[in-house]
Design a protein around this ligand. Structure first.
Ligand code: ADP
Length: 882
């Protein structure tokens, strides 16, 4: 097809005959016409041709048709056609040729071409041309297929070119193609020459193959490197190499159709890269990810699923994944999933999933419906997470919680659990709710809201502190005011606030257990009160009171002990035993230890030293206080001062001694005289009465009998007094006469003493004459008895104030020490001392005298000094004149 230089060298071989022939033709026709020789050189051209195509007739001769108009006509299509004419004697009628004219722009020609044979057997080619270029491209395309093709070619978005011959010479290429390869000057050149950089990229080899085999080649997204404007440009191309088959069925060229898909590939690559990245990501997340389509059919499961379950993709596909779910959980999982899918709602279910090792582990499967841009449902995307440990933990916690709950609920001790910083009442048993005076609706409320009365009380603060510090708080008999039945009531509670911790050791709540000890506290207070009452009482008691514990350790001394001993309480606790009289201590301790050992009552008489260092007799008694079980709780001891009693007792003893002595003395004396007389009478001698010492003996006997009688009557009076049977027989009589008569009576037996009476005042008294006489006798006989040295005794009856008469009996005897003045009127009191001991007496005479005078509303008194004599006096009311 190509015109070679060899061909051109043959030009001169065209005969003159042929040239002439050609000239004749061209000059004959009016149409633009050319005659070419076998080498396609112009032999002749018609005028119209030259004018029509703006050529100089002379200059075109001997030129290759393709070289005309600056190679404007070097068109592969034209070459192809002319080659057919030249080599195959083919004729062409209205062959449409469109080309780009440098002067005229796109032109369309209709060409007729015929081989002609001249006489010399030379073959010429006759060509007539008709310019059919129309300015309206529409018309053009409609009119001529070739032009239409050209136009299509020019306007095609694809890159198109036609390569001719085995060397793949560019015959046609459109603008996009030029742009793709970045150069224009390619028509008539071989691809290897035009695109040297494509060598070794496989394209030329494919072209060769297509050319050789006649089989088209379709390349898809094939990368290519082109040098465009001195830069290497990487592109991806979709292309078709379509062999162009000539009429004989031979390949004459290749139609190349290229689409630059660089951008598309780039985007897709990016998408692919992203997808790879996403898949990598999906496969590396520690969760299983699944995607189902709108029918619930599983279309994707990430690698983790297969690894976890050991299922194959085929097994898991569709609804196969359900086979890995535990048989007991499967129906529910399937139902939940289908429900979510049908209703296009989120999905969440826990089930046991079989692992590749065959055991089952709890997983949490959750999905979210997926909608496309236009809102249509596309399926569900979900994740499966292994929650086995959590589930087991949760089960344990639930069990534990259940246990705690049942313990709390069944506990009789009021119990509640508060959770969170807000102290939400998580649970509270009936006992606690009752203690609060509320109802079960408080459960779930914050403590502050449930028990608003706690405001201003320390408990919320204490709970917060327990939450912060983690230290348990123990409340002991804490006072709590609670609103019970619309009334603020005070109670006392023993309780604990114990922090509750989760498995990480973090505090999540507080356990509150409480015991109502109100009654106990109240009775304790009562006890305290009664104890203080008891102490008060003990202090008021005249006794000295002591408490000891069961072991005998002193725990209490009442006020009297302090007063008596002058000790402080401290000193008493330590020095108590030193208070005992040395003679009593051993006995007391022995007895006390015995009581402690046996629990028997303790009773002993001991002497305790008082604050003056004097020992005083006490009756010390202790009794054990026992509890309901009979165990000793403590000892209460009372110590009563019995010193006076003790002394009286002593006096009584002495009195009895004295009485027996006093009774014995006259009886012995009487017996002596009687025996003396009897002995004289029984001597066998006839003794006459006159010879017997009758008078002196009977005198002595009488004296002793008088003494005995007095003794006996005094004792009778005493017992009468004690039994309160001393009755007074009151009468009006002259006190002066009584004194005179009494002295006369006494004088019968009294020979030693001279008794004078001074009637300074004379009057009557209203009294018991005998008893007053008894007083008088006592005064006078004492005066005689206690005046051994002096003989004068004076009696004086005188007027006293307030209509009273006083009787004084005065002696010059031994007298009485002032300190004994009061005591001598006491029962059995006798003054001790050398001189006094020699006088016999019972110590009841003055006692009786005092009693008698007092019962007459009179008074008795003594004036005396030791060694200076005594003056006893009694006063009585003067009897009113009737
Ligand atoms: P008694 O039988 O011992 O005389 P009294 O009661 O009559 O008993 O007297 C009590 C004591 O008072 C006497 O023991 C004596 O010590 C004292 N006493 C009584 N009268 C006199 C007196 N006139 N002079 C001195 N001492 C007296």
């Amino acid at each position: 097809m190509t015109t070679t230089s060899e061909d051109s060298r043959d030009f001169n071989s065209t005969s003159l005959e042929a040239k002439t022939y050609a000239a004749a033709i061209t000059s004959t026709v009016r149409e633009p016409m050319l005659v070419l020789d076998k080498n396609l050189k112009i032999i002749s051209a018609s005028n119209n041709f030259c004018t029509g195509f703006n050529l100089d007739k002379a200059s075109i001769k001997e030129k290759l048709i393709f070289d005309l108009n600056a190679s404007e006509w070097d068109i592969p299509q034209l070459r192809e056609m002319l080659d057919s004419v030249r080599q195959e004697n083919k004729s062409f009628q209205d062959y449409e040729l469109s080309y780009e004219s440098k002067n005229f722009g796109p032109r369309s020609l209709l060409i007729n071409a015929n081989p002609i044979k001249v006489a010399s057997e030379e073959r010429l080619i006759l060509i007539s041309l008709k310019d059919v270029t129309v300015p309206n491209p529409k018309k053009t395309t409609e009119g001529h297929p070739f032009e239409r093709f050209q136009t299509i070619l020019a306007n095609a978005p694809a890159m198109i070119c036609i390569l001719k011959g085995p060397n793949h010479v560019f015959e046609i290429a459109n603008e996009p193609y030029y742009q793709l390869i970045g150069r224009k000057d390619i028509i008539g050149k071989a691809v290897r020459e035009v695109l040297p950089e494509v060598e070794n990229q496989g394209f030329f080899e494919i072209l060769d193959e297509v050319y050789a085999t006649g089989k088209p080649f379709i390349g898809s997204e094939v990368p290519i490197q082109l040098d465009v404007a001195q830069e290497t440009k990487n592109s991806y191309l979709d292309f078709v190499y379509q062999p162009i088959i000539d009429k004989k069925g031979a390949v004459e060229g290749i139609f190349v159709h290229v689409i630059d898909v660089t951008e598309k590939v780039g985007i897709r690559k990016k998408v692919e890269d992203n997808e790879i990245l996403l898949r990598d990501l999906i496969d590396t997340v520690p969760a299983i990810i699944w995607i189902t389509d709108k029918d619930g059919y599983s279309t994707y499961l990430n690698e983790n699923w297969y690894e976890y379950t050991g299922q194959s993709t085929e097994e898991a596909e569709g609804f196969g994944w359900l086979k890995a779910v535990h048989p007991e959980d499967r129906a529910n999982a399937e139902q939940q999933f289908k429900k979510a899918n049908n209703n296009r709602i989120p999905f969440s279910v826990n089930y046991r999933l079989r692992t590749s090792e065959g055991d089952y582990r709890w997983v949490m499967d959750r999905g979210q419906p997926k909608f496309s841009g236009d809102g249509s449902f596309e399926g569900i995307v979900g994740t499966v997470v292994d929650v086995h440990e959590e589930k087991i933990q949760e089960q344990l916690i639930r069990e534990k919680e259940h246990r705690i709950r049942s313990i709390v609920e069944e506990a009789t001790v009021a119990t509640a659990v508060y959770t969170g910083r807000d102290l939400k009442i998580e649970l509270a048993n009936d006992a606690m709710i009752e203690l609060w005076g509320k109802d079960p609706s408080v459960i779930g409320m914050n403590l502050e809201d449930a028990l608003p009365e706690l405001e201003g009380q320390p408990f919320i603060g204490l709970l917060q502190e327990v939450y912060t510090t983690g230290n348990t708080y123990w409340g002991k008999e804490d006072k709590v005011d609670l609103m019970i039945g619309n009334k603020l009531q005070t109670g006392y509670f023993n309780f604990t606030y114990k922090p509750l911790r989760d498995e990480n050791g973090n505090i999540y709540g507080i356990l509150n257990m409480a015991i109502d000890v109100t009654e106990m506290v109240k009775s304790k207070n009562l006890l305290k009160e009664s104890e203080s009452h008891f102490r008060q009482m003990a202090d008021l008691m005249p006794e000295k009171v002591t408490n000891t514990d069961p072991e005998g350790k002193f725990i209490y001394f009442n006020e009297h002990w302090f007063n008596y001993t002058g000790y402080t309480s401290e000193e008493l606790y330590t020095n108590f035993w030193s208070l005992f009289h040395p003679d009593d201590l051993e006995r007391a301790q022995k007895s006390w230890n015995e009581s402690l050992k046996t629990g028997n009552n303790f009773e002993i008489e001991v002497r305790f030293k008082n604050s003056f260092g004097k020992y005083r007799w006490h009756l010390s008694r202790a009794e054990a206080v026992k509890n309901e079980n009979g165990r000793i709780k403590m000892w209460i001891a009372t110590n009563t001062e019995i010193h006076k009693l003790k002394e009286e007792e002593k006096r009584k003893e002495e009195f009895l001694k004295m009485v027996s002595h006093e009774l014995k003395t006259p009886v012995t004396s009487i017996k002596g005289y009687v025996q003396l007389l009897l002995t004289l009478l029984d001597s066998g001698k006839d003794v006459s009465t006159s010879q017997l010492p009758l008078k002196p003996s009977l005198d002595r006997i009488d004296h002793q009998i008088t003494r005995l009688t007095r003794l006996i009557s005094e004792m009778l009076d005493l017992s009468r007094l004690e039994e309160n049977k001393l009755e007074l027989q009151k009468e009006k009589f002259s006190i002066n006469d009584l004194v005179t008569e009494t002295v006369q009576d006494i004088n019968y037996t009294n020979t030693q003493h001279r008794i004078s009476i001074e009637h300074e005042y004379k009057c009557d008294v209203f009294a018991d004459r005998d008893r007053i006489g008894q007083v008088l006798i006592n005064f006078i006989t004492n005066a005689i008895k206690y005046s051994p040295e002096s003989r004068d005794i004076g009696i004086k009856i005188s007027k006293a104030k307030n209509d009273q008469v006083s009787v004084n009996v005065r002696d010059q005897g031994i007298g009485i020490d002032k300190k004994n003045h009061k005591n001598i009127f006491k029962r059995f009191y006798r003054i001790g001392g050398k001189s006094e001991e020699t006088y016999s007496g019972f110590g009841i005479g003055l006692y009786l005298a005092n009693e008698i005078v007092e019962r007459h509303e009179g008074a008795i008194s003594v004036k005396s000094k030791k060694g200076k004599g005594s003056d006893f006096c009694f006063t009585l009311s003067v009897a009113k004149e009737s």
